[in-house]
Design a protein around this ligand. Structure first.
Ligand SMILES: [Mg+2]
Length: 228
């Protein structure tokens, strides 16, 4: 065993409930409909409904960051913007790219009788669409997407992780969180849950380590193998 796989085995041994980020560990949401295009369509929708351009919005290529920006500048537009983004995310997941090994993690959890909850800043409806279209719904006990109309629920806020644990009746000591961003590790820390960092791009390993990830892997298959 390599050191990383030993660390992984140790981190997973006590785990009964796997909390799983969606974009990254399960699929690449914006692989087919790129994030900047989604952000552009979101802006166009706002302008088409007669709204003025918002400061800073034109340069924002991350749709979730754009949702935060709109919500901060114009709280009255939060609900409608969130709903428009959820529709675009649902469109995006249908041309998204499955992460190699992501499905194997879900199957390995089922085989080892571990519960899985998806905890994501993406819209729950989009996540459910993806899982259903890929025949994966039965592998997931709960989907905890951002609270509609409340972008403050998004990670690094631990709220969604806490809700997932409460729904399953599990505690932090039963759980691990698998995520690919520093904000995931921060949310995990705030919820008392150790986070396994999935470094799917160069440079992410350093960010995940700096945030405090307990183990860092560059392949979801490695996690699936360790769960088996
Ligand atoms: Mg992610």
């Amino acid at each position: 065993m390599t050191t990383a796989s030993q660390q992984l085995a140790n981190a997973l041994r006590p785990v009964k409930h796997v909390l799983l980020d969606f974009d990254g560990p399960v699929c690449s949401v914006f692989a087919g409909l790129p994030a900047p295009e989604v952000a552009r369509r979101l802006r166009e929708g706002l302008l088409a409904s007669g709204e003025q351009a918002l400061a800073g919005a034109e340069d924002e290529s991350d749709p979730l960051a754009l949702l935060r920006l709109v919500s901060n500048a114009r709280p009255d537009l939060t609900q409608s913007t969130d709903a428009a983004l959820a529709a675009l995310e649902t469109e995006a997941v249908q041309v998204g790219r499955p992460t190699p090994g992501g499905e194997s993690v879900l199957r390995a959890c089922a085989r080892s009788r571990r519960l899985v909850s998806v905890v994501s800043n993406n819209a729950g409806a989009a996540i459910e669409t993806y899982l259903s279209e890929h025949g994966l719904s039965s592998y997931v006990a709960g989907v905890f997407g951002r609270a509609p109309g409340d972008p403050s629920s998004m990670k690094p806020n631990p709220r969604l992780l806490l809700e997932a644990m409460e729904a399953a009746g599990s505690g932090p000591e039963d759980c691990v969180f698998i995520g690919d961003a520093a904000r995931d590790v921060e949310a995990g820390e705030a919820a008392g849950v150790p986070t396994i960092g999935y470094a799917n791009k160069p440079g992410k390993d350093a960010k995940l380590a700096a945030a405090g990830a307990v183990v860092i892997v560059d392949s979801m298959q490695m996690i699936a193998d360790a769960l088996a």
